[in-house]
Each structure stands twice: as C-alpha cells, then as structure tokens.
Design a protein around this ligand. Structure first.
Ligand code: IPM
Ligand code: MG
Length: 374
C-alpha cells in the first residue's frame, strides 16, 4: 500500500519522539512491503516562530493532501504561558485541527501492562483484576464549540457563560463508534453523562439507548459522571468501552491516564466520520525534559500502531508494533519515567535506546507471506 502522512512534530519532546516513531514506520514499510511517504509541517510554538500563528494554512494544506496526520505535541513552559508564542498554543493548535478536519471521535485506550503494574497508583489487588479500557470521547460538541461569552450582567456583575449543546446526530455518531468498538472487545459500553441535571445529558442517554438497539450483542450501562470518576479509581476492571461527551471525556480520560503510570505510554486517535485521522500522544510537550534525550518514545510509537489500524486497516502491522513494545517492556527496558526504584533487573535506556530495542523485536517478527504486499 502507498500512503502519505503529514508529520506535525510540534514542540518540546515532540520532535525527539517523532524521530524514533518514524524509524518504526519505515521498518514496518520494509517488512510488510508498503510505501509510506511523509511531509513535515509546523504546528504550535514552532509554527508561531515562522508564521505568528499556531496552525498556519500551509500546515492545514499539507494535512489535507495526506492520508493521515501524525501529531507530536505542542505547548511551552508553564512559566511562559503568557508569552504570545505560547499563549493558548495548545487550544489554538489542537482545537483548530479538530474543527478544521471535523474530528468527532477521540479514541483513548488505557491499559495497564502487568510488568508495569508497579507504576499504577492503585492497590495491587485492584490492578490485578485487569485494566484495559477504551475511552471514546466526542470532540466537536458540548461547551467546547458552543457560544463563549464574558459580559457584565444588568447589575454590573462580571459574568461568563459557555453553552453546552449536543444534537442527536452528534451523539448517535459517537455511540455507533463505541458499539462497533465494543463488538471487537468485551462487548460492554458504559455511557457517561449527568442526566440527573443536564438536558444535554438526558438527550445523550436517550440517543445512546436508541443506538444500542442495533447492537443486541453489546451490554449498555449508563453511569453518572461523578460516579464514573469514583469507579475509575475504585474498580477500573469493570470498564470495557466508555463513551463520553467532550468535557466529561477530557476530565475522566486524564484521571484514567494515571493508571498505566506514565503519560509516555499512552496514544490516542482522533477520527472524523470519513475515517480520516490524527494520531497524538495525549501526554503533552514535557518541556522540562525536552532536549535531554530521555523522553519515552513508546506513546508516539503506539500512535503509529493506531494509525496503521484505524486509517490504513493494517491490523497485522499494528499488532506487530504493539507486541514489540510489550516484549521490550517485559524485558525490563525502561526510560526514566517508568523506572522502578530498587529494582536491579531493569535496563535504563534513553529515547533512542528504547526505540532501538523495539525495532529489534519488530525486525525479528515473522511476517506470514500473505501479509506482505509487493
Ligand atoms: C486534550 C486537551 C485539550 C482538550 C486542550 C489542550 C484544548 O486537554 O486533548 O485532552 O481540552 O481537549
Ligand atoms: Mg485533556
């Protein structure tokens, strides 16, 4: 297969981890007989330096002429958040991309690998029950893109409002994605809302229920968002696919991101209804370690796997990457963020060292000849 990919490495650790992820991509190409071409484009602070905007037209047009977008990370040091280059950098880059390409479905898988259980802040007996959750967050509705307004009330009191809106099509669309995903997994969907208070949530609950009728093999459970926040830390093993609106999804997925122990292990995919996708580690630009060569490249490498699976339907290739990552971690290779204090058998590596080991495993995987296209 021939595919063209827009590479938006961005700021902070973005370019370092992207470099390693692209090595993995080219190894997959060689091994499975694909051709992947890439075009790099600027985003975030890196784009601001040249264009005085965080998402220049040039970058959008590179994305438009690609089959998928690989995104690194954006954002500046916390101490410089008011410097124009960094002000609203994340929102201006990420939200604009979501709006421009109508990415409505955000896949955020969260899994605790048994070998890395020590990183999970929960008790061992809770983690031992298994943590393997696919969060599906709606990305275009809710209070994110509704009306935002700051004004003085009639009595002169400073007031602000952000309008929450959902229509039934937006809800049905993300619900369909959730039920389809659950059919490939453990066949359970938990739909999260605040239906005891919000009309938007009442509609959410009703529409998800209607969609569920088309998926009789999948169990649907409704859960209030406050309860969900509690259940995520009390017993995460109860969840398979969790579908949420934009705002609740933002908050709950960050809480769940703590479970695997490092943001350096998480990948996410944002897809539109036509199947075009952006792949991004949700961990951010980690300015504090940028340039030190110590960032964990696993999240960005797993983004390649997600891209191959969701944009190019290359399941075999995606699994080969995931298996190589898992074996590397099982062997005890550790970047700084996942080191276990007092454990003698671990091999501490830098960004490139981790990728080297993953590549070795990838190269060693035997590809059934039917999977190689000429
Ligand atoms: C995320 C981020 C974004 C969001 C910010 C940067 C606008 O927190 O992708 O979760 O709120 O969606
Ligand atoms: Mg967030």
């Amino acid at each position: 297969m021939d595919k063209h990919i827009a590479v938006l490495a961005g700021d902070g650790i973005g370019p370092e981890v992207m470099e390693q992820a692209l090595r993995v991509l080219s190894t997959v190409a060689d091994k499975f007989g694909h051709r992947f071409s890439t075009t790099q484009a600027l985003v975030g602070g890196a784009a601001y330096d040249k264009y005085e905007t965080h998402l220049p037209e040039e970058t959008k047009s590179v994305c438009r002429s690609s089959d998928a977008i690989l995104f690194g990370s954006v954002g500046g040091p916390v101490s410089e958040m008011n410097v124009p280059k960094w002000k609203n950098c994340e929102a201006n880059s990420i939200l604009s991309l979501r709006k421009t390409f109508k990415f409505n479905a955000n896949f955020r898988p969260v899994k605790v690998i048994p070998e890395l259980e020590y990183l999970c802040p929960l008790k061992k007996e809770v983690v031992d029950k298994g943590v393997d959750i696919l969060f599906l967050r709606e990305l275009l509705g809710d209070c994110y893109f509704g009306e935002h307004k700051t004004f003085n009330s009639e009595t002169g009191v400073r007031t602000a409002t952000d309008l929450i809106t959902y229509d039934e099509e937006q809800i049905a669309s993300i619900a369909e994605v959730a039920f389809k995903a659950a059919q490939q997994r453990r066949k359970k969907v938990t739909s999260v809302d605040k239906a005891n208070v919000l009309d938007a949530s009442k509609l959410w609950r009703a529409v998800v229920k209607e969609v569920s009728l088309g998926y009789p093999d999948v169990v649907l459970e409704d859960m209030l968002v406050d309860n969900c926040a509690m259940q995520i830390v009390r017993d995460p093993s109860q969840f398979d696919v969790v579908v949420l609106g934009n705002m609740f999804g933002d908050i709950i997925t960050d809480a769940a991101a703590v479970l695997p122990g490092s943001l350096g292990l998480l990948a996410s995919a944002s897809m539109n209804r036509e199947g075009f996708g952006l792949y991004e580690p949700p961990g951010g630009s980690a300015q504090d370690i940028a340039g030190t060569g110590t960032a964990n490249p696993v999240a960005q490498i797993l983004c390649i796997a997600l891209m191959l699976r969701h944009s190019f339907q290359m399941e075999e290739e995606a699994r080969a990457i995931e298996a190589s990552v898992e074996t590397t971690l099982k062997e005890g290779y550790r970047t700084r963020d996942i080191v276990r204090a007092g454990e003698p058998d671990q091999k501490i590596v830098d960004t490139k060292g981790m990728a080297d080991r993953i590549l070795e495993h990838l190269l060693a995987i035997t590809v059934p000849s039917a999977a190689v296209c000429g």
